[in-house]
Design a protein around this ligand. Sequence first.
Ligand SMILES: [Zn+2]
Length: 266
Amino acid sequence: MTAPNPPFTSVHLPLQKDLSLANRLIALMPADDRAIFLEHSEMIELKVQTVLTRSGENSDHAYFPVDSVVATLLPGNSADGLEIGLIGNEGMVNTSLVLGVRDCAFTSVVQGAGRSFKIHRRSLQKLLAGDSCLRIVLNRYIDVRMSHLAQQVACKNSHTVEQRLARWLLMTRDRAHANELFLTHEVLARMLGVRRESISQSARSLQRHGLISYTRGYVMLMDAAALEQVACACYRSDLAVYERTLRQPREINGQMSAQDAGKALL
Ligand SMILES: [Zn+2]
């Protein structure tokens, strides 16, 4: 089998049909706030390996992925840097702008091609300065990201490469909306901050137990439920933090309107 480019393609799990609701942060806003946000943003196509932000450099845009996946990297000794996060339709890229900082905290590189909303810094700041629910949502999202980063540190120090590989494969699956992923050894090693040999060993073990099929950068999740059992608790913990902090309207109250849900976030 020949691994195509981009690294994630194949079988996308169903996305929200209404693309204005496909990014979960945008979907959390009441309809009128969401409409204003959409007026100030545009839908773009992101290509693999496109650098959206560079650590320490100015950036004028923030991105809200729809079905694209963006890796956040911390520049380090290696050529690619250490991967510290994956952002899909649950999040946004370039939270520095929310905090009024133009120098980006992280480098962000498109890892999975797809669509994303893009908004200019000035438009974002105008919305954040108004009475839009956007600030409440994004403040809460930044709190989630901080929690995830702390979890990441604990994960690296406490869990095995196999547990962490299972976790990152599931995280990638969730953001790419696909059970088939194209991930090279290099990308996986960067994700986990380990040597490629460690990735090979752990991938072989997961394959031996029938959880994944892995051939020359092509990964198929054969049994995601069983993979969750192998993954460290950080995977579930990250999801729980997100759901608790950024509650979906239906989870607050099935009958509550989006407007009420926005207020409930206060
Ligand atoms: Zn962990």
